[in-house]
Design a protein around this ligand. Structure first.
Ligand code: S6P
Ligand code: ZN
Length: 199
């Protein structure tokens, strides 16, 4: 654990960076398995491979009882009707919860409880805080026109399970419908896409 005097970090909301903290970047090609509309994704990748989001992480100590946090910066954009999103994960230690604090922009958190199957989209913007309970997969979505910036605070020993999500993806998508975000079952959305393309 660093000295007490070294535990304050300066957060830069426009670049999404934290002085002294490592930043991880995910590009569109890293999210190939995340978006529902493969054809729209291929068309977008043909034009380029932009950064979709970055996370600057502060991890002062790793033992149980400690906390980690990440500053996320998710760009605005869409693939087909689906808003730009994070890969999403469930915590490896299923009981580990998390708190999301919105700092800038307009976003949503897609939550899916792995045990009950319950799903919801919750506001994540400048004046909202979202509690992510145990055993709940979470993915951030930008529904605005500027970068969405937020902080997620989670137990140091939570761990990140991306494999469970990679296997089946989230069971819901957040897509734009009549100018507003809608939560739709992935299966239904894919059926709609196929139907539209057969016509
Ligand atoms: C970590 C927390 C966030 C995410 C960030 C990126 O527990 O939930 O800091 O890491 O939103 O998402 P992902 O799914 O790529 O880690
Ligand atoms: Zn998390």
């Amino acid at each position: 654990m660093p000295a007490l005097s070294d535990l304050s970090f300066r957060v830069d909301l426009s670049s999404g960076t934290i002085a002294g903290a490592p930043t991880m970047v995910r590009k569109l090609s890293d999210l190939a398995g995340s978006f529902a509309d493969r054809r729209a994704l291929d068309a977008a990748l043909h034009k380029g491979d932009p950064t979709v989001y970055s996370v600057a992480s502060v991890q002062p100590a790793d033992d149980a009882g400690q906390l980690h946090y990440g500053l996320g910066r998710l760009m605005p954009g869409k693939i087909g009707d689906e808003y730009f999103l994070t890969k999403g994960h469930v915590h490896r230690r299923r009981e580990a919860a998390e708190v999301y604090i919105g700092l800038k922009g307009r976003g949503l958190l897609l939550l899916e409880n792995l045990e009950t199957g319950a799903a919801a989209m919750l506001e994540l913007s400048q004046q909202s805080v979202v509690y992510v309970p145990s055993a709940t997969a979470h993915r951030t979505v930008n529904i605005g026109s500027e970068p969405l910036v937020y902080i997620g605070v989670y137990p140091a020993d939570a761990g990140h399970d991306y494999e469970t999500i990679a296997k089946e993806n989230f069971h819901h998508v957040i897509v734009e419908r009549n100018g507003a975000p809608a939560l739709i079952a992935r299966k239904k959305y894919l059926e709609e896409l196929n139907r539209m393309r057969e016509e």
